[in-house]
Design a binder for this molecule. Structure first.
Ligand code: CTP
Ligand code: ZN
Length: 152
């Protein structure tokens, strides 16, 4: 059944397929990866059926092979994303994303007094612990946990 649905987004010859994106995060992923300013051929589908999410999105970027560092930036919004590297129409590699140690931009500090919420300063966090999503702000040192995490 899911195969039929995925046919609505054609196979690509070369490039990267980002699968299992929660449907409501599709445009955040597009923005985090800078795909809104990318000249490559991009196809996507959303509200596709998924066992894990109910609704998932998929993005296919032709002729683009991202650095792991760039792909990992989407882990905050799409921690279960699966990356498929396509060469000559074949999946040659599958990868997961992992939350990076240092997160610049993307997330908002939950502390309303933080300078990043009051001046035009890019946020910067360190991952406190690899097992839980807790981000320590470089500016105010407060820890933003998953339940308070807002994506910019
Ligand atoms: N894909 C593609 N172009 C290709 C080959 C694959 O766009 N030339 C896409 C498929 O549509 C699929 C993803 O890449 O969304 C992974 O392909 P594949 O491993 O063949 O599919 P599945 O086994 O369904 O992947 P998984 O269960 O790991 O998500
Ligand atoms: Zn802060």
């Amino acid at each position: 059944m899911s195969e039929k649905k995925e046919l609505s987004v054609s196979a690509i010859e070369e490039g990267t397929v980002i699968d299992h994106i929660p449907a409501d995060c599709l445009f955040k992923v597009i923005s985090i990866l800078g795909l809104d300013n990318c000249g490559n051929l991009i196809t996507f589908g959303t509200n596709l059926g998924s066992q894990r999410y109910g609704k998932k999105a998929i993005i296919k970027v032709a002729d683009k092979f991202f650095e792991d560092e760039d792909l990992n930036r989407i882990a905050l919004v799409a921690p279960y994303a699966r990356l498929n590297i396509i060469k000559d129409y074949e999946v040659v590699e599958k990868k997961h994303v992992t939350v990076p140690q240092e997160i610049v931009g993307i997330a908002k500090c939950f502390n309303p007094q933080c300078i990043t919420n009051n001046e035009n300063i890019t946020t910067h966090f360190s991952l406190v612990n690899a097992n839980v999503l807790a981000l320590k702000c470089h500016y105010c040192e407060k820890i933003t946990t998953e339940e308070h995490l807002k994506i910019l």
